[in-house]
Design a protein around this ligand. Structure first.
Ligand code: ADP
Ligand code: NA
Length: 329
């Protein structure tokens, strides 16, 4: 059997949040000890589809790197780099795009993220970002992609475009990619439980940032939107806000969801909120403090990224070369 190649990335849109941590980053840290070839990226190329200055992207990238390091990601065990420092990402994206014909192009127009973001922003990247995302994975021949389940649709797209490419160039350049599903569910916004917790959309008050102060965390949980149905019952459809709080407590405290439900059923929502607050403060607090300390030594964080970029570039160059040779260039 072919070897596993772990590849994943996070967009430096803002600060990483609890959803990123539970859905992906927590896994990255545990994977680094199980595999000697993890490639983890700061997907800064993707952030330019939003209205944001390059300077902001740069600052977010450093912040996110600091959080990743403070979570325990070890740059000696994994390759940690920013995508824009490795030009092969965009070169491969172009090549892939030439293999995507009308079937795939119509899929691009159907993607929820395109529909949502094109209401706010206006550029071609909003439509074609899944091609770049596919290149981000295929450049390293990723086979296992630790991302949250909200990314299913992108992994499917990546597999499709890889097949289109193999067919177009009549060769077996790319194999099938699979997704490492987290045991953690999709976390919803505290301000609007119909939206996922995301730095890309939704009110900031609904997102617990990994750099939030204890006070901010407590305030956001206190203000979390629930309902007026009284004591806690478990009902995802009728009481999505309460349900999300239970899910969060289960994920952050590493306790089975059913156990959490049993403990809180018929109790007051305020009690649940208080316990969740303290649990979050206990988890996020130390990560934040270490990250802020690291950000005080920005030279170190920059050095980590430049060493990572060198390692990533070496592999990317070799792989893109070999892809060019396989198709006959
Ligand atoms: P965002 O949507 O906040 O911009 P990214 O697109 O950068 O986040 O995703 C980074 C990782 O975090 C992905 O693996 C994604 O699956 C995961 N993730 C993002 N939001 C959530 C969420 N609300 N619940 C679980 N995982 C999430
Ligand atoms: Na996203």
């Amino acid at each position: 059997p072919a070897r596993k190649q772990i590849v994943s990335a996070i967009q430096p849109t803002g600060e990483p949040h609890l959803g990123n941590y539970l859905g992906a980053l927590k896994q990255w840290v545990s994977l680094q000890d199980q595999h000697d070839n993890c490639v983890f990226g700061l997907a800064d190329n993707h952030v330019f589809t939003s209205k944001i200055t390059a300077k902001q992207v740069r600052q977010n990238t450093l912040k996110q790197t600091a959080v990743l390091l403070s979570l325990g990601l070890d740059p000696d065990k994994v390759i940690l780099y920013k995508h824009s420092a490795v030009l092969q990402h965009t070169a491969l994206a172009w090549l892939l795009s030439t293999a995507a014909t009308s079937g795939l192009i119509s899929k691009l127009r159907m993607l929820p993220q395109y529909k949502e973001k094109s209401q706010v922003h206006d550029n071609l990247g909003l439509l074609t970002y899944p091609v770049l995302m596919s290149a981000d994975i295929l450049l390293f021949h990723g086979t296992h992609i630790p991302v949250g389940e909200d990314q299913n649709i992108h992994i499917e797209f990546c597999n499709s475009i890889a097949q289109y490419f193999n067919r177009a160039y009549k060769c077996e350049v790319f194999q099938t990619v699979s997704q490492l599903l987290t045991t953690s569910p999709r976390v919803k916004s505290l301000a609007d439980p119909s939206l996922k917790m995301s730095k890309s959309y939704g009110k900031a008050s609904g997102v617990i940032g990994m750099l939030d102060t204890d006070d901010q965390i407590r305030k956001k949980v206190k203000k979390a939107v629930t309902d007026s149905f009284g004591p806690i019952t478990v009902d995802q459809d009728e009481r999505p806000g309460v349900y999300n709080l239970l899910l969060l407590l289960s994920a952050v405290s590493d306790t089975h969801f059913r156990e959490v439900c049993r403990k809180y059923e018929y109790r007051n929502v305020v009690e649940l909120k208080n316990d969740l607050s303290e649990c979050l403060v206990g988890t996020v607090g130390p990560v934040r403090d270490r990250a802020l300390e690291l950000l005080g030594d920005i030279g170190y964080v920059e050095k980590v990224l430049s060493v990572g970029a060198e390692k990533a570039s070496e592999i990317a160059e070799k792989n893109l070369d070999s892809i060019y040779r396989t198709i006959g260039l």
